[in-house]
Design a binder for this molecule. Sequence first.
Ligand code: ZN
Length: 657
Amino acid sequence: MRTFLLLCVLPLALAAGDDWQSAGVVNVTHSPYAKLHAVPIRAVTMGDGFWSARRAINVDQSIPTMLAELEQHGVVDNFLRLEGKKNVARRGPLYTDSDVYKWMEAVAFVLQSGDQPKLRAEFDRLTGIILAAQEPSGYLNTYWSEDRTARRFTEMTRSHELYCMGHLLQAAIAYYRATGDRKLLDGGIRFANYMVENFGPQKRPALTGHPEFEMALVELYRTTGDRRYLDFAGYLLSGVERERLHLKDSEVQYMFSGKPFTSRTEFEGHAVRAMYASCGATDYYMETGDAAYAKTLQTLWGDLVDRKMYITGGVGSREAGEAFGEPYELPNAQAYGESCAAIGNMMWNWRMLLAMGESRFADVMERALYNGINSGMSLSGTLYCYRNPLESSGEKIRNEWYDTTCCPPNLERILASLPGYMYNTGARGLYVNLFHSSTIDWHLEDGTGVRVAQQTEYPWKGAVDFTVDPAHAAEFSLFVRIPAWSAGTSVEVKVPAPFAARQEAPKPGEYFEIHRRWSPGDKVHIEFPMTPRLVRANPLVREDAGRVALERGPLVYCLEGPDQPGFNLMDASLLDDGSSFVSAFQPDLLGGVVVLKHRGSVVDRPFNKEPLYRAFKERVERPGTVEELTFIPYYAWANRGQSSMEVWVPYNTVGGE
Ligand SMILES: [Zn+2]
């Protein structure tokens, strides 16, 4: 008998502790099926650079102005009126509660990087207002109250009741991890208990018409240890209530909910719902190890990256229904690409990275973050894109407010939580997912203290320097993500004395493992190639036929009107004449960007002066004039007023035809 061995099975990573200060963006410390583990936001101090500039504006401009907008549009009054403190009509769509919760989550993530008494006071003030509107049962929603009370949970395909509470729970958990204060968390738990006690297979049927509650419930399970929340997430993902709720096929398709998650083979319907459902399903998998979930998640991931994702990491190409299109249906000017959907894509790939430990998921995170998410907020931090098209003739795309203002606080919470996405730990060492000057001060999973300083001017420059400082000399691995685009990356490990350098040729698209006995002060130098890259799309993406996109490092580039005076973008094409791109950092342009220049040709007679159709055999001589095309990073477009823009640019081969 060897049953004594069972006694040795202790919970994972006891050294990490279970206190509120040790949890990351998600707490998978004890998740049995997570290959990698998150580090706390507070363990990572960001140095100067690309994201620090954005994050400072987020705290100084975006977050304060967004609260003012929310107040001005009655979102906070919606709670006060229920408490009899404001005699005003309820304002806004039925999901406005979630917007203030998401704003609060952004604040809570800011507070995880360091106290900000003013923001903390605002959070506490809002907590008081919100909880005063909560009913003794635990129910809380400003829309489904008063004369709509009788209709609660009777219109779950559209009611957003669980969606709103999912966002409240996420804000409450983030604040608990920032301060240890569980006042809002206890309010969220009252609602969650109301759900698990009154709904379920032998009780009333429940459904997330807009998925979101699933991932919040799994996080609540991780935070409290109460298994009922995990089981309820599993119940929602199982879609067993389709018959009791009389769901139509079209609803099940659109909501990405209401049938077994594990029966899905492709992305369809509303993109944000599909991304959030996939986040919840990945969280559920990390706790249960259910192989059917792993298989479905891998299948869906392939569907997304091979057929339905924009080069910017944006997803959901159709405006109608804010939905996924058919495979390869990726229009440029008509692209929807909601900011929230790109954020959902990053959140999902972050969870897939934790679950599977593979670099390809971090590659998608980086693509979405630098491009399709980053474009969503203006450089000023106060204007937002809801849609993120890849081509424009100059419509107004950035606004300070939307009646459905889901995207602005979502962008704010991503920027605020960014330090938590940069590094992970695994059984064999420390993982570097993203590149930015920063210092992580944390410990390996065996408890060895380790401090790693990262110095870089990424994404503008490809050099990244690490200084590794374990508390004492220790054997472990440093895993550095080598982005899929970075063929020709060099890695050099420098050991101070006696000096010895080791050159390696790492593989793009994988983590490069540097295993050794590290001593305090050991250094690693990496050079990512920052040569501009022309990319073509699969020919089945009809809109991109005959066109190329330009990338440099993690950034997708575009042509924008203000940089090409004297001609219309639509008349220009890139001249494929064998010449190379000229790169130049322009500190005064768009907050400081590397611009890329290349020869292009512009037709003599603008296309809008040509007839709509002409005979195929009618040869049109169109030598055009050679002009210099100037490309800027896509995320920075529409920051100089309304202007035309193009990511996929036609190209002309000299001497062709
Ligand atoms: Zn949105």
